[in-house]
Design a protein around this ligand. Sequence first.
Ligand SMILES: Cc1ncc(COP(=O)(O)O)c(C=O)c1O
Length: 454
Amino acid sequence: MRNMPSYWRKDVYPRLPAIIDRFGSPFHFLSLPGIAGTAQEVISAFGSKSMSYRQFQCIKALPEPWILGFLFRKFGFGFDCSSPGELALAWSLGAKENDIVYSSNDTATGEFEYALSGRGSMLNLDDISFIPLVPVFPKKIFFRINPGKRLTTPKGNVIGDPPIAKYGITIQQIIPAYKMARDRGAREFGIHIMVCSNDRRAHDFVETARFTLEVAVLLYKKLGIRVSWIDIGGGFGIPYRPKDPSLNLDWIATRIDKLFRDFAGQFGFMPMLMTESGRYITGPHGIGVNRVIHVMQKYRHFIGVQAAMSMCPRPAFYGAYHYHDVLTPDGNLRFGPRHFTNVVDPMCENWGRLTAISTTSKCPECGHTEHTNGERLLPRSVQRGDIHVTYNCGAHSGAMAPDSYNFRLPIMGLLDQDGTNENVIMIRKPKKAANVFSLMVFPPGTRRPHPRGY
Ligand SMILES: Cc1ncc(COP(=O)(O)O)c(C=O)c1O
């Protein structure tokens, strides 16, 4: 637990029974003071150096207007958008062209026009073939660059190892792409790259920045372009396991700043550094809260909770690990002898679970096997009615949940505004089967189903 927020166990667990009494369960519980602390940490690390810097919050990681608006107003964050819906959300929060990077991929052509309409955004083109498809070419343009074999990423990176990833223009396409963009009227240029994902190897971010500066040199020498912005994307990793070390942002920022200063010394201009972090800012500051609804012994040991896939589909999608705690109904952490446990939900898939499917390694107590990301040692004393907590649900969790499969639907979101139960508010209502039915076209003579509270 070394590098996970300690306030969950210390301050929030004792408050959970009252919160469940008031709102019901399951829900995501997000801590605004926690998010503010990390936002400040990011600003202190990157914003205190000589380079100019701005963080653009990745909306898809946690598309919650209360939190996005807070980060925009209080910390001056911009937004990283990747769909028309996210753009509309950013605009509704008051963001304008310079506050938004539109980093879509496989972009439908109408989206370019939309992204540049109204309050606007800065376009980041993912492919060279998109250049002629932008109807009225903007003055400011970014290209997402895929470094190919030039940069490596840790195994299991969900953004994809660059040579096999779907993103970005190739190194060979850099000069033709920027030249074509300039011919179409672009006058200010940015470089975008994102090769890291949940990466805790600090030097990967420094190497990413080093590569972008090489691209900036190339553009300056070959086309006379002075790059205005360098966006190194998100991908700053967080500890998901109790013993995982944290990233040292200041270490990264200090080294990137040195690279930028050396660049400025040599070429006489310094691009602004941008990041698009999502997970690092909000991930640790959200938990998933469930009731234990069953304790079941099959060939393996299971506890059934209310929601897994709609709580956090990462274990199902790519076998990700999330730390779990179980509390008694009155909010005390359960201790004592443990055994390997699968945490599952009612979705009709074996993947309806918060612990990934396990295959290897031996349980000291019951003798069966465990996969490193799979079954979890949880107290034997767990009972129906207990409270189950999943850590690190503040990013790429609820937002990734399947929207209507099996009518096991996205769950409620609660916001802890100041660490007191009086000021906990609901910021997302749970989706109901009735919401899904309202979009279905029923054949004539069929009655629309009325699933009561479901
Ligand atoms: C273009 C882009 N920027 C930023 C992010 C944020 O990544 P993370 O939340 O891991 O920092 C992502 C990934 O979701 C992305 O695809």
